[in-house]
Every structure is written in C-alpha cells, then in structure tokens.
Design a protein around this ligand. Structure first.
Ligand SMILES: Nc1ncnc2c1ncn2[C@@H]1O[C@H](COP(=O)(O)OP(=O)(O)O)[C@@H](O)[C@H]1O
Ligand SMILES: Cc1ncc(COP(=O)(O)O)c(N)n1
Length: 264
C-alpha cells in the first residue's frame, strides 16, 4: 500500500511554503498527501498580505475525517497560529495515537510576518514537543522555544539536546539563518549527527523549512529510519534551492522537482 502523510498547516497562496509545499514534496517522494488547514494566508514572494484563521471545529473535523478513513503513516505540523490550535491538534494526535510526528515550529515568515502568536510558544513546549518524533526549528525558532541565544555550532548542539529534554524524541536545529555555510545539527537522544551544507547564494528560499520537514515526513511515512530520512531531506532541499525557478519578485519558491535521488 502507498504510504500516507497528513500535513496540518496553513495555506500559502503563493504555493512555495505551507500546505502547498508539503503536498508537492509528498507527491514527488511517492507518498499520498492529505491536509488539514489551520489558516488561509494571502501571500506571495513579497510577503503575507492577510491571514484568515480556520475555526477550531473545522480543523478538528478535517483531522478526524482523514485519520478515521484514509489513515496516516506520518503527520507533519506547520503554521499553527494560536495556542488553542496547538492544544486541539495535540489532543487529536493523542486521541489517534499518531506514532510518527514531525513538528516544524513555524513562527515568522521570511518576509517578517508573524505566523504564531507570542503567547503560543509555551503551548508548543507543553503540548506538541512531547509528541514529536522530531522537531525541526531554525535558529530563531529554537531561540524562542529555549529562551537562549544560539550563536555557534556548539550552541546548536546544546539546543538540540535541550529540545530532546523537553520531550521530543529527536531535534534538528537548522543552520539556514547562520552567516556562512548552513550546517544542520541532529540529536536523536543518543548521538549527534552533523549535516553540512554549502550556502547557495540565492533569494529564492521561500518555504525551505516547510519543504525540508515535509521530506522528512514523507521518508518516515515510508518506513525509513530517522537518520536516513534527514539525509534524504537535506539532499532534497539542497537541490530544490540550487535549481531555482526564478519565480516572483521577492523570496521565490524552491524547485520541488529538482531532487533526482532514488525513491526509497
Ligand atoms: N542558502 C542556502 N543554501 C543551502 N542550504 C540552505 C540555504 N538556506 C537554507 N538552507 C537549508 O535549508 C533547510 C531549511 O533551513 P532554514 O532556511 O534555516 O529553515 P526555515 O525555512 O525554517 O527558516 C536547512 O537544511 C538549511 O540548512
Ligand atoms: C502558510 C505558511 N506556512 C509557513 C510559512 C513559512 O515559510 P518560510 O519561513 O520558509 O518562508 C509561510 N510563509 N506560510
């Protein structure tokens, strides 16, 4: 049977991030994708114009309809917006005993728009992180969650360990926001793994975090190990950034078809 993945996230009308990035990535990685929308954003490569939150009952019904009929092998969470959404999603994931959960703690869009209310970071820590197979913060997100500054690779390593102490089975702190080459640091509760990257000079990085986490989710859904899944996702996002599509006047989307690696 084909592997199935559900993304619980916001819609990006521009198609580069959010639900759209997730479903494209699932498809390219041979996984059947489903979605539960938490919010609709009106945005493009220049920024977020407006956000329309979806009512809690409607979020709940989307999750319920999908899980009880089609079933899921892995779930990803992206833009949650508010603490009540996080609480609801955590409750549903527990109710359905979801085993593979990738938490991308989306907070601020590349253009600076706020995608998570300030008081909601606490709910991420208490509700969602303890359920996560892996949490995938960028450096600013890890700084907010852990209330500390992250300035060096050693700080990233300590941060990954601290996120596991908060209850996630694993954590990868992404280095895209560092000056210089973007190295990502994974801690799986036992070992530290370093995923080095070469910085690609481009403005087309809209949705890199969503796409990276969606690829991890797809690989986990197919039954791959955590480390294999992260390895594939790193190669996938690197190719997607490198082979830019040149769309839009601002931070353009990545190329979801670019990765030519094997289907695992
Ligand atoms: N300019 C770049 N060149 C190569 N890799 C990048 C670049 N920017 C980000 N990445 C990689 O893309 C992935 C997403 O990281 P990041 O951009 O930090 O996430 P987010 O979109 O959540 O801010 C990470 O694996 C990171 O190392
Ligand atoms: C609906 C939605 N979800 C997530 C992001 C973050 O994407 P990024 O920070 O990679 O631009 C976004 N811009 N829109």
């Amino acid at each position: 049977m084909i592997a199935r993945a559900l993304t619980i996230a916001g819609s990006d009308s521009g198609g580069g991030a959010g639900i759209q990035a997730d479903l494209k990535t699932f498809t390219v990685r041979n996984v059947f994708g489903m979605s539960a929308l938490t919010a609709i954003t009106a945005q493009n490569t220049l920024g977020v114009e407006d956000i329309h939150p979806i009512p809690l009952e409607m979020i709940e019904k989307q999750i319920e309809m999908v899980i009880t009929d089609l079933g899921v092998d892995a779930v990803k969470t992206g833009m949650m917006g508010t603490a009540p959404v996080i609480e609801l999603v955590a409750r549903k994931l527990k109710e359905h005993s979801v085993k593979q959960l990738v938490v991308d703690p989306v907070m601020i869009a590349k253009g600076g728009a706020k995608l998570l209310e300030n008081d909601a970071a606490h709910a991420l820590v208490t509700e969602l992180i303890p359920l996560a197979t892996i949490i995938t913060p960028n450096i600013p997100e890890a700084e907010v969650i852990l209330e500390r500054k992250i300035q060096t690779v050693a700080d990233m390593t300590e941060a990954a360990k601290a996120l596991v102490e908060l209850g996630a089975k694993a954590a990868i702190v992404k280095g895209g926001h560092f000056e210089g080459d973007p190295t990502d640091i994974l801690y799986d509760g036992t070992e530290i793994y370093t995923f080095p990257g070469k910085r690609i000079e481009t403005r087309h990085t809209h949705g890199t975090g969503c796409t990276f986490a969606a690829c991890i989710t797809a690989e986990l859904a197919k039954g791959n190990s955590l480390v294999e899944s992260v390895e594939t996702a790193k190669a996938y996002i690197t190719a997607a950034i490198k082979e830019e599509l040149g769309l839009g006047q601002g931070h353009g989307p990545t190329n979801h078809w670019a990765y030519q690696g094997e289907q695992s």
